[in-house]
Each structure stands twice: as structure tokens, then as C-alpha cells.
Design a protein around this ligand. Sequence first.
Ligand SMILES: [Zn+2]
Length: 346
Amino acid sequence: MRATLLEDVGKIALREFPDPVVQRPTDAVVRVTASCICGSDLHPYRGKTPSVFPKRIGHEFVGVVEDIGDEVTTVRPGDVVVAPFLISDGTCRYCRAGLHTSCENGSVWGTDDGSGARSDACQGDRIRAPLADGTLVRVGTELPEALLPDVLALSDVMGTGHHAAVCAGVGPGSTVVVVGDGAVGLCAVLAARRLGAERVVAMSRTPSRQKLAAEFGATDIVAGRGAEGIAQVGELLGDGADAVLECVGSQESLEQAAAVAHPGGRLGCVGAPLGNLPLGPLFMKNVRLAGGVAPARAYLPELLDDVLAGRVRPGRIFDLELPLDEVAEGYRAMDERRAIKVLLRP
Ligand SMILES: [Zn+2]
């Protein structure tokens, strides 16, 4: 089978590997029908995070179960499944509390799965899924083609956008500012509207992303950045938003987010932090702060119901679809911001 290998900074290759097999009784083997490239895959690709090369890469997929270990009970061969971006057992105290990202037996796709064996990553033809009962979510015995991108978006970006909205306490009637127009920011717009937000200001200066933000329910677009963007939000919302969803994590976006919450407002941070949150302005405004790595697994069943019923369509964030053998071009397109998010098919 083929799988994507990040061989060095900026060097993506599709290589041949042995087919995965069930190694532990809690494993499943899944044939990947669609995967995607994440903004966070770009961090090692760009050399922004310490990495050991070569490394298997990819952590968002939809597929069909081909084989299961003796202890697996929630999925069976032939089932369509979707996987969140982290592996979790579903049974430890953190998983039971809905914080699957802190699972006591959890791991990251493509790293040591806890048994000393390295799990697979998903930008390939097949994958061994450890802790299948806890990790995989059964979609059904089939998935209509039109809904596949929407289900795939639940593996990470939609769950992460939703987490930002939940952390910021978005509810009916909320006024929201979303900082960031990447796939997560756009999904955060959709998530905020889904939770009942009345007004959603999307900060974006790219016309194609502004358009999608509006389709996802943004009521206002602010194109300015820095002091200009903050002033434009002020013109729209007066002293700021009830809820600010920070979906980038850069120094500039963290400062922007801190500046546009009103006194007593809430800030939900889901952008991987590459900068420092300015605590001074937040302190003086008594802004409540929450966020972190999104427990996508916890949100999957609820969001999957809405996706399968056609109530939310997060799959529209995929604006480039490529065959797996063009995966290197997919990374280039994301790196150069030519694509919001790339969907890969075998
Ligand atoms: Zn757990």
C-alpha cells in the first residue's frame, strides 16, 4: 500500500509500505476512502516544530473497516467510520469527562501507540487504528458521496471550531468575533451560528474566504488587521463581542482577539499557540478565558447527527481535491495559501 512520508522539511513523498494488520485485540484496520491535509501538518513541513524524519503524516480520515481485533465491539468489517485527530480509549476518567485529548492511554497518529509499536498515519491507502472502540466513530454501513467531505471535516476542523465556540460560551443571541479565516476559523463561524449566535463578525482579508464565511453565516466581515481591524470591529460592535473565537495562535491574532472582547466577555482559544496571549488587557476587562486542544472525539456524535441530517455542511471548506499520488502538490497548495483545505482520495 501507499502512504505519505514527510522525508525532510518541505519534502513530501508517497512511498510503498506493507499493508497494516491487526496487532492488538483492540485494533482495527481501515481502508482510507478520504483523508485531508491539516494546517498543523504544515508545521513540520515548514520546519516550524521539531520533527524526526522521515515521518508518516496525516490524522484526519474517513474509511471502511476491513478487519478488527477480538476485543473490538463497536465497529465491524464493512462499517464506514470517521476518526478524530487523536487516539483515545473512551473509558479512562478524562475520556469519560469528555476530554479525550488527555486520554490516559491516548496517543498521536503516527507515533508510539502505547505498546511500543508505532501507529500509522492516515494520508495513505490503509491504516491500523489502535483502541478502535474508543477512537473510531461508526457512521453506518454506507455514506452518501455528497456527505463525505462534511463527515471528514468532523475529524478535526469542525470539532475544533465548535470547541472554540463552546469554550467562549456561545449561545442563542450571542455576538461573536472570529479571528482567523483558515479552515478552523471558517468552521468556527458555522459552529457559532449552529449554537444560536445572532451576529458573527469574521475577520478575513481574502475574498474567497470572506465569501465562504458569509455562506457559513457570518453577518459582518472585517478585512482590517491590527489596530485597523480592531477599530473596524469597534465601529460594528461598540465595546466588543460577547464571545471571541481565536483560531490562529499567532502573536498578532492573539492580540487582536484580546482587544475585541467586551468587559466580562469570553475568549475561546483553539489556535495552536505560537505567540503569547496579552494578559494585561484581558485582566483589566475581566475577560474569561478558556480553550485548548479540541476533544474532537467528544463532539463527533453530536456533530455527526447534524451532518448526516444535512443541517450543517462543513465540508465546503475543502476547496481542492487531489488524488493521493498528488499529495506533494496538496502540501504546496496549502503552504502557499492557494487552498483552504485539501481533500485526498486514494
Ligand atoms: Zn481515555
